[in-house]
Write a protein that binds this ligand. Structure first.
Ligand SMILES: [Zn+2]
Length: 260
């Protein structure tokens, strides 16, 4: 079984000590390909450096809504330069996060638009984050959708109407271990079966979102790419699929999405 983790924050400090072992465990679990998320300018530089050392890693280039205030003109032009690198396979993560609201919403919207424009300019896919901001997110994305190639709404946590709107906009949907959370991910159990074949991809968002169904739980509570297996184990029956079939489908979708 071959799996593809489309979102892992491998430059996070929690992986500083043992990244080699983490990647080895991922391989052994069948996670052959990974996209390292770039969530800031420095994070993107680090993610790209990582991807350049490993044939099975690629990265995104972007500034997360939490860091939207750092997206100055200078930062944007450096991102644009990084975006030309062959190992950068998507622009992002970018989008809107009105749940945490770490950054003023108007600043988030400007940074989101600037990165959608960048993706349109470089012709690469976009890796998007949306939390409790569906209305503004859909409005902005709709304005740029025609100029964009592939779009994934990563770590989808929204409701049925948001899912419908994203599919209508021809977006792909990324599902994480959120779906393994009996407190806040239950609604995804029904929604995941509504994502058409060829639109679903899976991810860990490591080191965040350790699947709550995982047994035994690692002592450090850190999520790592090998836990993608648990995400797949939970999703497969909800879509009436074997894990093998789900793995084949989502890996093929990710390869097409990122043009690998
Ligand atoms: Zn995210």
């Amino acid at each position: 079984m071959i799996l593809f983790d489309i979102g892992a924050n491998l430059t996070h400090e929690s992986f500083n000590q043992d990244l080699t072992e983490v990647l080895l465990r991922a391989r052994e679990a069948g996670i052959e390909r990974l996209i390292v998320t770039g969530a800031s300018l420095e994070g993107t530089v680090a993610a790209l450096a990582l991807a350049e050392q490993d044939d099975n890693l690629w990265s995104t280039a972007g500034v997360h809504p939490h860091h939207a205030e750092t997206l100055t003109e200078g930062c944007l032009s450096q991102l644009a330069e990084l975006a030309q690198q062959p190992k950068i396979v998507a622009i992002g993560e970018t989008g809107l996060d009105y749940f945490r609201d770490f950054t003023p919403r108007a600043v988030q919207r400007d940074a989101f638009e600037a990165q959608l424009q960048l993706a349109a300019d470089v012709g690469k896919p976009v890796f998007l984050h949306e939390r409790d901001a569906a209305k503004d997110f859909i409005t902005l994305l709709s304005q740029y959708r025609d100029q964009l190639s592939n779009v994934v709404v990563h770590c989808f946590t929204g409701d049925a109407s948001a899912l419908e709107a994203y599919l209508e906009l021809d977006c792909h949907i990324g599902i994480t271990g959120w779906i393994c959370d009996e407190r806040r991910g239950k609604h995804l159990h029904e929604l995941v079966s509504r994502i058409p074949t060829g639109k679903l991809m899976i991810e860990t968002d490591a080191p965040y979102l350790l699947p709550r169904t995982l047994k035994p739980k690692p002592k450090n509570r850190r999520c790592e790419p090998c836990h993608l297996l648990e995400v797949a184990r939970v999703i497969a029956p909800l879509r009436g699929q074997t894990m093998q079939a789900l793995a084949e489908e989502t890996t093929a979708t990710a390869n097409r999405f990122f043009r690998l």
